[in-house]
Design a protein around this ligand. Structure first.
Ligand code: 5GP
Ligand code: ZN
Length: 110
């Protein structure tokens, strides 16, 4: 089972900042900004490449919740990042969206 499925199942501890029946959000183990949490669907979806009309509802739900989760963490300005595939830097093969903020963010690639 992948590390994020283990977190979802409670087998690996995490600092959760939000949870419902479709998603969990928890603090990144190695934060790159003062606020850095990950939004993860409760269904194991490998990456953005594995999205389709059926499971894209998880993405929609996660994006609908990000504003309130971000606000609960004290930020209203933030960057949402998804790394899709190893060349893009994806290391955990379970779809997740990084939300980072709490400082003036550095270099933009796009
Ligand atoms: P990726 O590089 O796949 O886009 O992001 C994976 C993220 O998951 C990394 O930022 C890494 O710090 C985080 N991460 C990996 N393992 C764990 C863990 O066991 N717990 C938590 N909270 N974060 C993790
Ligand atoms: Zn998983």
């Amino acid at each position: 089972m992948c590390v994020f499925c283990e977190i979802i199942n409670g087998n690996i501890p995490s600092t959760k900042v939000y949870e419902d029946d479709m998603m969990v959000a928890f603090k990144d183990l190695n934060p790159v900004a003062p606020v850095h949490f990950l939004c993860v669907p409760k269904e194991h979806i490998e990456s953005a490449n594995a999205l389709n009309e059926e499971n894209a509802k998880y993405v929609s739900h996660i994006f609908a919740k990000i504003p309130e989760i971000a606000k609960s963490q004290g930020i209203e300005s933030y960057r949402i990042i998804n790394n899709c595939g190893s060349d893009a830097g994806q290391t955990v093969m379970h779809l997740h969206f990084h939300v980072i903020g709490g400082t003036e963010l550095g270099e933009k690639l796009i």
